[in-house]
Each structure stands twice: as structure tokens, then as C-alpha cells.
Design a protein. Structure first.
Length: 364
């Protein structure tokens, strides 16, 4: 077999101090096969870091791609090429055009009836883990003395994440097209939980007579364009419907806008953050623990009792460690909650997730 490429070889020398080029006998997707003298170093690397050299490099490269696109969005905002007036067009295009077309193309192009039947069991993992996380967040609010105007925002941010807007591009970069069905399974649970429990919590924290958890407005919010396209795609696959080639090609090209548009908008969002506002108070620190520690660990724990494919588990862990949903500040503003606090936690968790995701990719 061939020697490893130079960049992987360079990383191997850094991460395995005893590794010499002549010690590398074989190279494959499984990693290095070293001479017996260095076998211990290889096994320690494999066990502690949890990644082969190939997987490690692919992860770093995928994250660099995301960082570069986010940096472009930040630069465009500073140059006033993306402004406060034009920025809302980016998430609108993603949610109403790019994501729906990408889902239909991806499902019809890559999945069969049998694939969907095998996915159904995985739905319990995000539902159970998010419900437990919501209960923990409720106890934290009660015993940590969170301000009344921040209680609902805290609860919603504690258990739910931006599983579709940021989740799709991140998982595409890290795992490829195979991850999309798992993302959508998580999104189904995340959306229904957020627009019921999350929406109710924010409303309740600012009103003596909150709207009911289950209402027509809640149903309307849950059935967003991405979810509707997901349902249509499932129906098409189950019924064996095929679309014309020109339509599938159009969906593919339109769907390819998901990652760049999403990352450009994140870059714009980060450009609006004032460093003076990012103060790590008690309520923010507790929310960060919920978002980046409690939620992912609950997914790992629940997945130990419910058997799901390993890649599905990886995707769920990454999705559970993503930033607070961008809709939280919007609801906070509508209901009269602390919208500024909501905007800060969205921006802060968006910034920190760039560092948190690599950690979970290392150790999971």
C-alpha cells in the first residue's frame, strides 16, 4: 500500500513523537500500521484520541472550511456588503429554498424504503434526551435564581439547539450526505420540542396567562418548509416516486447553497456582537453547561439504552452541542422577555461551538 500523504504524515510525527517515516509500513482508511516498536504509541493514540489519522485530518479540514466561510461572512459584514437590511435574506433563502430542495434531492437520490424503516427507532433518543434536559433546566431556573425575564429564554436555550440551520452544514462537512437522514430525525424532535415546551416557557416567563402548549399557532410553527419537504421526500421514497432529471439537477444546485449561505449569516451575526456584552455571569455559565455538556452527555447516555447506528449517535451528539436557536431572540422580543440576553447567548454559543465541536469529535 501507499505511504500516507505529506500532511497526514506531518501530523503523525507531531501526535506520535516516537513515529519515524520508516516506521510507517502501511496506510489505509483504518490508519497507520506501525512496526512493533511503536505499536504502543499507535494504540494509545487510537484509544485516547478516538480518531485515526485520516479521520483527524478530515475533521480539521472540514472545520477549516466552515471557519473560512464564517470568516467571509464576518468580513463582508465589516465591509458593509452584508447589511442589517440584507442579512435576513440569507436565512430566508436557506429555510425556504435551499434546505427543502436539498432534502428532496438527497432523499430521492440516496435512500430506499428499508433505510427509513431503520431510522424510526432513533427518534426516541433526541426526544428522551431533550425532555430530560428540559426538566434539568427547569430545576436550574428554580434553584439558581435566574431573573424572571430570562427564565423562559434560559430553559429554551438549555435543551434545544440550531439543529437545522447550523446542523445541516456542520454535519455535511463532518460526515457527508449519509448524515442528513439522522439530522432530520433530530430536527423533527428538536422542532416539536422547541415550538411547544420552549415557546410555552418563554411566553410563561413574561405572562400571567400564557398561550397553551398545543395550539394551531404551534402546529403552524412546527410545520416549517424544511419539515414539510422532509415529509414530502419520505412520501416520495415510500411510494417509489421519481422526479425528472432536470428537476433533480435543479434541486441539487439549489440545495448546495445551504452551507455557504448559513455560514455567511453566522459570520454576519458574529460581526454584530460587542465584546463588552459577552459577560460570563451565573446564568450564562449555567446555560453554556447545559448546551455544551448536559445535552450531549444525555444523548450519549440515552443511546446506551437504545441501540442506534454509531454514525447516528455521532450526529446526534454534534447536533446536541450546537448553538442556541436563532428563533429564541425573536420569541423573546415578541413575548417581552429579555431579548438582549437571548441575542447574547445565541452569539456566544455560536462562537464557542467552533471550539466545542472539535473536542467532541476528538473524544467521542
Amino acid at each position: 500500500m501507499n505511504k500516507p500523504p505529506n500532511c497526514e504524515c506531518f501530523l503523525a510525527f507531531i501526535l506520535l513523537p516516537n513515529c519515524r517515516q520508516e516506521d510507517i509500513l502501511l496506510w489505509s482508511k483504518e490508519g497507520f500500521l506501525l512496526k512493533p516498536a511503536n505499536d504502543f504509541s499507535y494504540r494509545v493514540f487510537k484509544k485516547v484520541w478516538g480518531l485515526t489519522i485520516v479521520e483527524f485530518v478530515q475533521t480539521i479540514i472540514s472545520l477549516l472550511v466552515i471557519v473560512i466561510m464564517v470568516a467571509c461572512g464576518f468580513f463582508f459584514a465589516r465591509m458593509q456588503w452584508i447589511t442589517k437590511e440584507t442579512a435576513p435574506l440569507l436565512p430566508m433563502l436557506v429555510n425556504r429554498l435551499a434546505l427543502p430542495t436539498y432534502m428532496i434531492w438527497n432523499f430521492l437520490n440516496n435512500f430506499t424504503k428499508e433505510d427509513f424503516y431503520s431510522l424510526a427507532g432513533g427518534l426516541a433518543v433526541p426526544y428522551i434526551s431533550m425532555l430530560i434536559s428540559f426538566i434539568i433546566g427547569t430545576f436550574v431556573v428554580r434553584f439558581a435564581g435566574i431573573e424572571r425575564s430570562r427564565e423562559g429564554v434560559f430553559q429554551a436555550g438549555f435543551f434545544s439547539s440550531s439543529a437545522i440551520f447550523i446542523g445541516v452544514p456542520v454535519c455535511l462537512a463532518l460526515f457527508g450526505d449519509k448524515s442528513i437522514p439522522y439530522v432530520l430525525i433530530y430536527f423533527l424532535a428538536n422542532a416539536s420540542m422547541f415550538w411547544t415546551l420552549g415557546n410555552y416557557s418563554i411566553n410563561k416567563s413574561c405572562s400571567s396567562d400564557p398561550s397553551p402548549i398545543l395550539s394551531w399557532n404551534t402546529v403552524r410553527l412546527v410545520f416549517s418548509p424544511p419539515l414539510i419537504s422532509f415529509i414530502l421526500a419520505v412520501i416520495f421514497v415510500l411510494l417509489g416516486v421519481t422526479l425528472p432529471t432536470f428537476l433533480m439537477s435543479s434541486f441539487k444546485y439549489l440545495g448546495s447553497m445551504v452551507t455557504p449561505l448559513s455560514m455567511l449569516f453566522i459570520g454576519y451575526t458574529l460581526s454584530t456582537v460587542k465584546m463588552s456584552e459577552l459577560k460570563f455571569g451565573k446564568d450564562i455559565n449555567l446555560l453554556l453547561c447545559g448546551r455544551f455538556l448536559v445535552s450531549p452527555l444525555l444523548v450519549i447516555l440515552v443511546a446506551r439504552f437504545i441501540e442506534i447506528p454509531y454514525v447516528m449517535q455521532q450526529v446526534f451528539v454534534v447536533l446536541s452541542a450546537l448553538p442556541v436557536m436563532a428563533q429564541v431572540p425573536i420569541l423573546a422580543s415578541i413575548y417581552g422577555a429579555d431579548a438582549k440576553y437571548a441575542a447574547v447567548i445565541v452569539s456566544l454559543t455560536t462562537l464557542l461551538c467552533l471550539f466545542v465541536i472539535p473536542v467532541y469529535m476528538y473524544f467521542f
